[in-house]
Every structure is written in structure tokens, then in C-alpha cells.
Design a protein around this ligand. Structure first.
Ligand SMILES: NC(=O)c1ccc[n+]([C@@H]2O[C@H](COP(=O)([O-])OP(=O)(O)OC[C@H]3O[C@@H](n4cnc5c(N)ncnc54)[C@H](OP(=O)(O)O)[C@@H]3O)[C@@H](O)[C@H]2O)c1
Length: 379
């Protein structure tokens, strides 16, 4: 990769992935320029980032904050940042369905989207693929599992892939008895054993809803059927996923748990940079590596998400929105941990067969699913 530095927008720059991305971009400032930053409401951190990286565009979503006069305000700032002429790559590090329109706008404008915001593909995978075809943009995954799969497939014929095996840490309740899991507190659920992440994805990792989101994401990214995508628990989070080829050969990508490398790879794919700051890999230090079957009965969110993926239409959007709403209520202390999958199941029962072939239909399904969950728990 040579020539002019590439312009990068980070949507959600104040979050866990956003701040990781800024560290990576700072290390490779000869190749990338930060052109646009957005946040939801953390104006103090956004101001610090803007002073350090001097982007040409800064946007903040929430009206309740005190923005600098030159900042753009309101939810539209994500789409504006994603479409800018001085931006080549959009890192979508927003959490939740709020990232959808910016992803669509970016690929429509022919940009590369380094996608951490998996909810985008879960909600509207077919629309995003169509927008890529029309606009010439592309999605490159940031999720470590999907980055691993992309690296293992490495330009080979997709027809040569028989199966993907996505690894899951198992979350903080991997070894807890089922009836105890349903009563877990917010503090218990926020103790992820291997990754430090934002609150929503940390809860999704505890319920295993995150793995359902990732299976649906993989279905759209790699064009494989749900029968070809499996999940295995791997508590050490060192093997980031496996790809099995038609001849039975299996490749895996491994590394200590850190999001810096997947973020960088999403920027440079298919090229690799030197001076990444990644320490040499020591297999002895990370051993032993172990694998277990998923305890699906104790983590019903996984099965619900896979069923929603297979159902298609608006069902994945309903699954995602019901999960987002239920997780928000759990984090506010208004419902129990076990209520999260209950809320999702009820929303899917009520709304799972809603059609979802347009952006507006998907957004309507999203709104209805959130309302359903709030009503169910009278919140
Ligand atoms: N963290 C990880 O290691 C990891 C790994 C793989 C994938 N992901 C995925 O990456 C995405 C971000 O995760 P995260 O852990 O970085 O989350 P996070 O720490 O909660 O950060 C979320 C970012 O999005 C902004 N934001 C929140 N709500 C928004 C809205 N409605 N509209 C616009 N911006 C909004 C936040 O701004 P404020 O700070 O101003 O609130 C913040 O900058 C998620 O989709 C997650 O599943 C994360």
C-alpha cells in the first residue's frame, strides 16, 4: 500500500473499538489520516480526540451535550461523515441498529466499510450486499472471528469452503449452572473473562446473543448457508475461528485477544503492514487451548438468533432490536438476566414473520420489536 495517506472516518470514535482504532491509526499515521469522528454524547473525549487528530469533520448525535460550534449535531452526522469526499474508509464502530444508515450510505458512495457494527448486517444483510453491488463499496469485517475467517479463506474459491466454525469464549457464565445464569446480576454479566469491550456487547457475550449475531453476520459476509456455520466454545479466545475446506483440511487464525490487529487488517486487507506492535506469538504461553460444545439449553439467545437467521425477512432485525431493548433494560436494572432471552422469544413469536425487503420495513420491524419488549416488561 503506497501513495497518498487514505482518509478514514470513525463512527463511534469514543467507544471501545473507536479508541482502539485511533491507537492503530496513530501508529500508522504515514498511511492513514483521520478525516471524520463521531460520538453519541461523550463530548469531552470527542473534543480531546479532535484536538489530537485534527479531522475535517466532527459530529455528535445527542442534543443534550454541549458541542463545539463547528461540530455537526444530530443523528444525520453519521451519514454525512460516511459519505465525505475526503474519506476512503469508514470504520463503523457504533453500537446497535443506529449504525445501519451510515453503512448503507458509505457502501453506496463506494467506500470500504471496516465493520465492527455487526448489527448492520444482522438487520439488513441483503440490503447492504445490494448497496455494495450498486455503489461499488465493500464491507471488511472488524469482528475478530470474521477477520480470522477472511484471512483463512484468503482469496480462495468460496466453493472450496465446507464449513465455518466460529469460536466463542463462553462468557462469564460458561461454567455456571443454568438456573444460576438466569439470576445473574449486571455486575456478574459485565465481567467478561477475555475481552474488554463496550457494555452492550459484553452482555451479548454473556447471553451468547453475540454468537447468534456473528453467525448471521458470517452468513451474509461469506455467502454460506446456516447449516455450514457452527459455534464452538473456546475459553482462551486465542483461536479466532476455523475454516474447513471441501477436502477436510482445516485452517485457523490465532493470536492473543486484542482488537488492534483485526481493526488494522480491515483497513489494509488484503495487504499486511509491519510495525504493528503485536508481540511475537508464543504457543507455549497460551497453552493449553481447549474446546467445548455450547450449552444451548442454558443460553437460549443463541438458538433464538439462529432460528431468526434461518427465518429471514425481518426476523433477524426483530431478534436484534428485541435483544438491544432487553439488554438496555437489564443494564438499567429493570429486568432479570433470564428475561433477556424471554423478551427476544416473545418478540420473535409476535413479529418474526414480518416482511423485511426494504430499509423502511426493517426499521419499522425494529421499532415494533423494541415496543413489544418494553410492553411485555411494562417498562
Ligand atoms: N469492543 C469490542 O472489542 C468489539 C469487538 C467486536 C465487535 N464489536 C462491535 O463494535 C461495535 C461497537 O462496540 P463497542 O464495544 O466499541 O461499543 P461502545 O464502547 O459502547 O462504543 C459505542 C460507540 O458508539 C457511539 N454510539 C452509541 N450509541 C450511538 C447512537 N445511537 N448513534 C451514534 N453513535 C452511538 C458511542 O458514543 P458515546 O461514547 O458518545 O456514547 C461510542 O462512540 C458493536 O457493534 C460491537 O458489537 C466490538
Amino acid at each position: 500500500m503506497t501513495g497518498e495517506p487514505r482518509g478514514v472516518a470513525i463512527l463511534g470514535s469514543t467507544g471501545s473499538i473507536g479508541t482502539t482504532a485511533l491507537r492503530v491509526l496513530q501508529r500508522h499515521s504515514d498511511r492513514f489520516r483521520v478525516r471524520a469522528l463521531t460520538a453519541f454524547r461523550n463530548a469531552a473525549l470527542l473534543r480531546e480526540q479532535a484536538e489530537l487528530f485534527k479531522p475535517t469533520f466532527v459530529g455528535v448525535v445527542c442534543n443534550g451535550v454541549d458541542p463545539q460550534s463547528e461540530w455537526a449535531c444530530g443523528a444525520d452526522c453519521l451519514v454525512t461523515a460516511a459519505q465525505r469526499g475526503d474519506v476512503d474508509i469508514v470504520i463503523n464502530a457504533v453500537v446497535g441498529a443506529a449504525g445501519l444508515d451510515a453503512t448503507l450510505a458509505a457502501v453506496h458512495a463506494g467506500k470500504r466499510v471496516a465493520l465492527a457494527n455487526k448489527e448492520t448486517l444482522v438487520m439488513a444483510g441483503s440490503l447492504v450486499s445490494e448497496a455494495c453491488r450498486r455503489g461499488g463499496g465493500e464491507i471488511v469485517p472488524v469482528d475478530s472471528e470474521h477477520s480470522a475467517i477472511l484471512q483463512c479463506i484468503g482469496g480462495r474459491n468460496p466453493g472450496d469452503v465446507r464449513r465455518l466454525i466460529i469460536t466463542a469464549s463462553g462468557g462469564p457464565f460458561r461454567a455456571w449452572p443454568g438456573e444460576r445464569v438466569a439470576r445473574a446480576t449486571v455486575a456478574d454479566a459485565l465481567q467478561h473473562p477475555t475481552w474488554r469491550m463496550g457494555r452492550k456487547i459484553t452482555i451479548d457475550s454473556a447471553t451468547l446473543a453475540n454468537k447468534a449475531l456473528e453467525v448471521i453476520e458470517a452468513h451474509f459476509l461469506f455467502g454460506l448457508s446456516y447449516d455450514q456455520i457452527e459455534v464452538v466454545v473456546h475459553p482462551q479466545s486465542v483461536v479466532h475461528s476455523f475454516v474447513e475446506f471441501v477436502d477436510g483440511s482445516v485452517l485457523a487464525q490465532v493470536g492473543v485477544p486484542s482488537m488492534e490487529l483485526p481493526v488494522l487488517y480491515a483497513l489494509t486487507h488484503p495487504e499486511r503492514l509491519t510495525d504493528t506492535g503485536v508481540p511475537p506469538f508464543d504457543p507455549v504461553e497460551v497453552s493449553p487451548l481447549t474446546f467445548e460444545r455450547v450449552r444451548t439449553a442454558d443460553f437460549p439467545a443463541l438458538k433464538l438468533g439462529l432460528a431468526a437467521g434461518r427465518l429471514g425477512g425481518a426476523a433477524p432485525a426483530v431478534f436484534n432490536a428485541a435483544n438491544e431493548q432487553a439488554v438496555a433494560l437489564f443494564l438499567e436494572g429493570r429486568i432479570a438476566f433470564g428475561d433477556v432471552p424471554r423478551g427476544i422469544a416473545s418478540a420473535l413469536d409476535a413479529l418474526g414473520d414480518t416482511p423485511g425487503d426494504t430499509r423502511d420495513a426493517l426499521v419499522a420491524a425494529d421499532v415494533a420489536a423494541r415496543a413489544h419488549v418494553r410492553e411485555m416488561f411494562q417498562c
